[in-house]
Design a protein around this ligand. Structure first.
Ligand code: ADP
Length: 268
């Protein structure tokens, strides 16, 4: 029990006898602290763009401002507006994923079609600055395609964000002994060991300013982790600072999609 906090309640019972009830408060206190931290972080993250917008509004409202300056201020305000929009969307996604009463709507996920689309979008986002490959050899799985699309896209977007130009990114869907896996390997900036374990915490960022520059909300990996949890899958992260990282979504064998006991023909 070392390190745990027990709370005892003495409850009056028949004939003035009392019973002592103890419960472990460590877990509920931890959850309470997480909730407080989340509200504090979220408010802070929203306040920054709001402050910028309010400041620029004041300037943009001046009647004698030249049109070019006004235009520049409007552009900056719209960037901050977009940042707030991303944040609120990610917060809503996370809260939806976490609500325990939301059942997973699982059906066949055409992995090849899904990853080919993500691969195309990745090339657009990268704008030709990276070499991005895709290899699909593993089977289809049962899952929620929209949730998986958003989780996989998050991993791929991060690989692009945190890999300098002319870097390499490999997307691989393969079957392993333990089950199907999606791995995203990049030759990017990497992550040093002291940060690795905390990456999936909400708003945890190795470098806040870099993440902001690239429109990151700091919630992406938390969303990935929760989506995978709902699919009985886990996220493994391996990284070497300044060499690159690999993020692996590991699914279980029983997630594989079978039709009448066998792997289905591919839709082609
Ligand atoms: P963000 O929106 O800031 O990217 P995420 O939750 O997606 O938030 O990621 C959290 C942090 O993990 C990022 O801010 C970044 O520091 C680090 N990170 C994520 N993916 C990578 C990657 N492929 N290479 C290096 N660092 C990464």
């Amino acid at each position: 029990l070392r390190g745990r906090k027990l709370v005892a309640h003495i409850i009056p019972f028949e004939n003035r006898r009392q019973i002592l009830v103890t419960h472990d408060a460590t877990e509920s206190e931890r959850i309470d602290k997480m909730r407080r931290d989340f509200i504090a972080n979220a408010s802070h993250e929203l306040r920054t763009p709001l402050t910028v917008i309010n400041g620029f509004l004041e300037i943009a409202a001046q009647p004698n401002l030249d049109p070019a300056t006004r235009q520049a201020h409007i552009k900056l305000m719209s960037e901050q507006g977009q940042r707030m929009q991303n944040l609120v969307e990610d917060m809503l996604t996370l809260s939806r994923l976490e609500s325990a009463d939301l059942p997973l709507h699982a059906e066949r996920v055409d992995i090849k079609a899904l990853l080919e689309q993500i691969h195309r979008e990745a090339n657009v986002l990268s704008g030709g600055r990276h070499v991005i490959s895709l290899t699909v050899t593993g089977p289809d799985i049962k899952g929620n395609v929209e949730e998986l699309r958003s989780a996989f896209t998050n991993l791929v977007t991060n690989a692009i964000r945190y890999t300098p130009a002319s870097g390499k990114i490999d997307l691989v869907w393969a079957e392993t002994e333990e089950g199907p896996q999606f791995s995203v390997r990049d030759s990017g900036i990497g992550i040093s060991p002291e940060h690795l374990a905390r990456l999936t915490e909400r708003f945890y960022r190795v470098d806040k300013s870099r993440s902001r520059e690239t429109q990151g909300t700091g919630l992406g990996l938390a969303i990935v982790k929760h989506t995978l949890l709902r699919h009985n899958a886990t996220l493994a992260i391996e990284s070497i600072a300044e060499e690159g990282s690999v993020f692996i979504a590991k699914f279980q064998k029983n997630s594989i999609y079978y039709e009448n006991g066998r792997l289905p023909e591919h839709k082609g």
